[in-house]
Write a protein that binds this ligand. Sequence first.
Ligand SMILES: Nc1ncnc2c1ncn2[C@@H]1O[C@H](COP(=O)(O)OP(=O)(O)OP(=O)(O)O)[C@@H](O)[C@H]1O
Ligand SMILES: [Mg+2]
Length: 367
Amino acid sequence: MAGSGTATDLALSGLTKVYGTNTAVAGVTLRIGAGEMVALLGPSGCGKTTTLRMIAGLVEPTEGDVLIGGFRVTRIPVHRRNIGMLFQNYALFPHMSVAENVAFGLQMRGLAKAEIRPKVEAALSLVRLGDYADRLPSALSGGQQQRVALARAIVIEPNLLLLDEPLGALDRNLRENMQVEIRQIQKRLGITAVLVTHDQEEALTMADRVVIMRGGKLEQVGTPEQIYSRPASRFVASFIGTSNFLRGNVAGYGGGMLRVSLAAGGQVLVPWPDDGRREVLISVRPEAVALAPLAEGAMPEIGVPATVQQVVYRGQTTHVHMQLADGEPFVAFLPNRVGESAGQSFAAGDKVSASWSPQSNWLVSDA
Ligand SMILES: Nc1ncnc2c1ncn2[C@@H]1O[C@H](COP(=O)(O)OP(=O)(O)OP(=O)(O)O)[C@@H](O)[C@H]1O
Ligand SMILES: [Mg+2]
């Protein structure tokens, strides 16, 4: 398998699919570098699978183009695109052995037996199933079956690997193992890959870049860290992890920082390149927040006053749920040390000051 399929880049240009009056995918333009893995992430019905199926050639675009390695393949049928596919429903042939399942794509391509055998062996050893070549799929666990499906997808030395919710049928532990395993194999072979998922952890774990889709369009494209810590919109910030949102008015600007008076009382500093804004929406992640007791009626110099509503011990963290003076919810995730719960000094009804470093603030669009 070494030196298989030369890495190929992928470009989508204004890719659109209309079904009757419903636009499933609306003008998606995206470049995916050779050897890169990109995850399409978004809520149900946002157009992820339709986009992937247009890349595969299983769905014909209404408008736009797909370019693989610079070649326009929009009108080229699926079996001539040299794409490996791995879907949730991996449908192995039940009457064929593991090795026969993996060999199938090579036979279809007309390879001789003598060529097929070493390729199948290499693919099976890559997914650590070298000893299972003669078994029937029914004698394998779910995770092993999914690895056979992966071997079948990569044995053809594809230019492109497309994965649509490939691990959805597996239990949590197995899913996490397979995420790491597929990622390692994809990197080792240097295959360009597109992964569709609605599981944010899966996207963050596996992908070089994450694409957030919403209503058939791209909402944000970035590295996992950019998407998480620099979300473009309220939608992205809420879709990836948990976020607190604070409304405020810009009260000053200096040293690259906006000083924002919060609607809920208190103020915070936000690093921002310009002071062109007046009304802002701030996103702050719960794990950035620290809490301190606050005297009745007092106002924190930097931070927001809040009233504790519920303290929930969660093992690694304690979640402190609060309410702000304007009625909005606010939550802090405090790290626990073994034998010492971080939340034990707070109880429902307590007045607290919630604060965090300016670097944890980010302005998002209110949509
Ligand atoms: N063959 C079809 N005919 C008509 N409408 C379709 C067809 N396939 C998909 N759609 C519609 O296109 C939209 C996008 O569907 P798609 O399957 O791409 O969503 P998705 O993001 O993969 O969602 P999920 O996470 O639920 O799999 C949906 O509104 C869906 O109902
Ligand atoms: Mg789908």
